[in-house]
Design a protein around this ligand. Structure first.
Ligand code: NOJ
Length: 564
């Protein structure tokens, strides 16, 4: 077979990857996402909490992560699992108290682990004091001006102000009843109707978020993961927009989606950059911005804006060597061009876990999720094998990598959650047509043979754990040298020992098209993304995603080796 690999690599990405300026920790860090609801539950109520996190941070230090990012634990009615915040500067009692937070932070710092918290600036909960004040005030009042209220269309204003569709399904607008009991204005919500969008053209909103940033910075956090960082500014006049029928909610490469990635949004992050710069210790901002290309995503990490942006184009790439080569090359080129590290991510609380996603029998658009009646179903053994190989590739790449809780155990997506137990607003807003994201959010297993597999000691769990969860328990995997946990520990240790986060990267030409081959620092990475074995070059194998004998690398396997 002739090699077409070289042709697939954009010229700018071959050769040495330019070292990024500076040595700030976030340029190379492995950051572990804690989803507090499902990590560890100290009080046994079935929902994870801050004391549970504190008690288990030792396991993360042992894994070898540099930092943790905590999904929201602030006061919230939990309509969108905490991404609907009612008070940005306090802890929801279901997770604990501010004192619990301080203890967690001090424990993490004592273990050398930095802590990033989630900030949700696009929208609040409808239970936020400001939204309640807006409802009680008149149209045109300063209270309404903190959100996006508009009169409806049609003779009686009973049609929504435009045709935008919520990301969770249904219209992006809901109509309120005015304080005098008459049908009233409409308010915009990109997500659930209980998540009204702020109006970021309003200086009062901007000042409030500077205050919120400082509140957490003063407590000692190392940075923020910024929710929906591409959504805060809407196009002037809120024009109608119909997404392409086959497109996803990100929009295509050339689409101007009037609520995503509007140019004015960058002013906000330049302002926040200044807020963080007044603090010591390289505090970081990471953008959650679902954009279709690395070039578009890189706009969020220009030198005077944020520090990192999730690389979703990479996360959404199938297990396909040419596609992976292209997105890796494009990412290194696009992010280096603005002096930022690329990030790498395969799983989080919004996507199908990659141990299932990488071997599905059909398409499953992002956010729809999979359940018992989905056409696309995972092939479990193949999925896990590919996930281990994909993680072996990811953790060698220069830049910063994100690991979602449970992926280090090889957890699959949970498919058979009973309908009555489902919680994701997507499930309700689409009349049960789309399963949504519950399958990647099930409480994780710690100890086999214990209640709730060691998530707590009562056996309660806010989403039911499936049969067989004990097989993935951390204590079981810790004893098995071939487990996914043992693989991740080796990968993180060798990544650190060989300085891969900041090492020069070069593709190695001359391999089959379905093989990924690159050098990063003194390590050679070979991944067999095809079906036929690949003869390995001479050298000693440092880490392998699967045990195998001899020098023929089996299908769906990746190795790190030190060339002879
Ligand atoms: C992105 C978060 O990751 C997701 O879980 C949430 O539903 C939306 N933003 C809305 O906040």
């Amino acid at each position: 077979m002739t090699s077409t690999q070289d042709a697939a690599i954009p010229v700018a990405a071959t050769g040495t990857h330019l070292p990024a300026p500076g040595s700030e920790w976030w340029r190379t860090a492995v950051i572990y996402q804690i989803y507090p609801r499902s990590f560890a539950d100290a009080n046994g109520d079935g929902l994870g909490d801050l004391p549970g996190i504190t008690a288990h941070l030792g396991a993360l230090a042992d894994l070898g992560v540099d930092a943790v990012w905590l999904s929201p634990f602030m006061v919230s009615p939990q309509n969108d699992a905490g991404y609907d915040v009612a008070d940005y500067c306090d802890v929801d009692p279901i997770f604990g108290t501010l004192a619990d937070f301080d203890e967690m932070l001090a424990t993490a710092h004592g273990l050398g682990i930095r802590v990033i918290v989630d900030l949700v600036p696009n929208h609040s909960s409808d239970q936020h004091r400001w939204f309640q004040e807006a409802l009680a005030s008149a149209p045109g009042s300063p209270e309404r001006a903190r959100y996006i209220f508009r009169d409806g269309r049609g003779e009686h204003g009973d049609l929504p102000p435009n045709n935008w569709e919520s990301v969770f399904g249904g219209p992006m607008w809901d109509r309120i009843t005015e304080p005098d009991g008459t049908p009233g204005q409409w308010y915009l919500h990109i997500f659930d109707s209980s998540q009204p969008d702020f109006d970021w053209t309003n200086e009062e909103v901007r000042e409030e978020f500077r205050r919120i940033l400082r509140f957490w910075l003063d407590r000692g956090v190392d940075g923020f993961r910024v929710d929906v960082a591409h959504g805060l500014m809407k196009k002037d006049g809120l024009p109608d927009y119909t997404p392409p029928a086959d497109g996803d909610s990100m929009g295509g490469e050339d689409d101007d989606v009037p609520y995503w990635g509007q140019p004015e949004v960058h002013e906000i992050y330049r302002d926040w950059h200044e807020v963080l710069a007044a603090y010591d210790g390289d505090r970081a901002l990471c953008a959650e911005a679902w954009l279709p290309t690395p070039d578009k995503t890189a706009l969020w990490v220009r030198p005077d804006e944020m520090n990192q942006a999730f690389n979703f184009p990479y996360a959404m790439t199938d297990w396909n060597a040419p596609a992976l080569r292209l997105v890796i090359s494009e990412s290194l080129r696009a992010f280096s061009a603005v002096g930022a590290p690329s990030t790498w991510v395969l799983s989080n609380h919004d996507v199908i876990r990659h141990a299932s996603r990488l071997a599905l029998t059909g398409e499953s658009p992002q956010g729809e999720g999979i359940g018992p009646l989905s056409v696309a179903q995972p092939i479990p053994e193949l999925g896990l094998r590919r996930a281990r190989a994909a993680s072996t590739v990811m953790l060698a790449l220069p830049g910063s990598a994100y690991v979602y809780q449970g992926e280090e155990l090889g957890l699959p997506e949970v498919i058979d959650i009973p309908d009555a137990a489902r919680q994701d607003p997507t499930w309700f807003r689409t009349d049960h047509e789309k399963y949504g994201r519950d399958g990647c959010r099930v409480p994780i297993p710690w100890t086999a043979g214990s209640p709730a597999s060691g998530f707590n000691d009562t056996g309660a769990a806010w989403l039911p754990q499936p049969a067989g969860w004990d097989d993935y328990a951390r204590d079981v995997e810790a004893r098995d040298p071939d487990s996914t946990l043992s693989l991740y520990r080796r990968l993180l240790a060798e990544r650190r020992a060989h300085g891969l986060g900041s090492a020069p990267f070069t593709w190695i030409p001359g391999h089959r098209d379905d093989v990924l081959a690159f050098e990063v620092g003194d390590v050679t990475v070979i991944a067999n993304v095809g079906t036929e074995p690949v003869e390995l070059p001479a050298g000693s194998i440092l880490v392998s995603s699967e045990p195998f004998e001899g020098r023929a690398l089996p299908a769906d396997t990746a190795v790190w080796l030190i060339p002879a």
